[in-house]
Each structure stands twice: as structure tokens, then as C-alpha cells.
Design a protein around this ligand. Structure first.
Ligand code: CU
Length: 122
């Protein structure tokens, strides 16, 4: 069901007019502190001007592609970091293995990207 919803979402995005700002979205996550906590850093750059995009609404969610519907990780807002155009958010994952982090940028610019991470037993 979730996969279907995502497909519709992608199709709708493909059909809508191109957004005014094309974004480069960079995502990286590192294990932090307790087991399975991942601190993710998102960097937004305006592809046209090369400038960092500040003041964006950025949220993170995570799922395991190999285990559809098995997990319900609480989504997290990413908050602005010190460096312009950089945002931090923390996800509490539920097990080791491959996770896909979805980053949604919902204003004033819009985009959605996914980023796969391999979470190890520690
Ligand atoms: Cu799992």
C-alpha cells in the first residue's frame, strides 16, 4: 500500500510543471549514540545559482524495503544547522539492515529524495 502511494506521488510530481527552483539534495547519515539511532544531514543547494537554500521545511522518514509494512519509524523534522543550507534530523531505527531514508522538502521549495543506508549491528 505504501509502495503504491509512493508511485502515485512520483507520477503526480512528474506530471506537474517543473518547480521554480531545482534543488541538489545531499543526504548522509551516521550512527549516533545508542544502538540504531541515525543522525542525518541534509544539504540543499539551488542548482541554478549554486547557493545554499535556507529556511526550508525538511522532514525525514525511514522504511525497510525488504520488510514492507513491518516498521513504523517515527518521522522527524530536520532543523537548520550552523552551515547555511544544512539541516539535521535524527531517526530511531528498529533493526540492523538496509533502510531507505526519504527526505521531503515541503516549502518554500519542494522536492523528495531517497537515500539508502546500511545499518550495522553494534
Ligand atoms: Cu526490518
Amino acid at each position: 500500500m505504501r509502495g503504491l502511494a509512493l508511485l502515485f506521488c512520483l507520477a503526480a510530481a512528474a506530471c506537474s510543471p517543473s518547480p521554480p527552483v531545482a534543488l541538489d539534495v545531499n543526504v548522509s547519515c551516521v550512527a549516533e549514540g545508542p544502538l540504531l539511532r541515525q543522525r542525518c544531514t541534509v544539504t540543499l543547494t539551488d542548482r541554478g545559482s549554486g547557493r545554499p537554500v535556507e529556511g526550508a521545511q525538511v522532514s525525514l522518514s525511514a522504511d525497510m524495503p525488504s520488510m514492507p509494512l513491518a516498521h513504523s519509524v517515527r518521522p522527524a523534522d530536520a532543523t537548520p544547522a550552523t552551515a547555511p543550507g544544512t539541516y539535521h534530523g535524527t531517526l530511531e531505527l528498529e533493526m540492523a539492515g538496509r533502510w531507505v531514508v526519504t527526505v521531503r522538502i515541503t516549502g518554500p521549495v519542494y522536492d523528495q529524495v531517497t537515500h539508502a543506508i546500511d545499518v550495522e549491528h553494534r
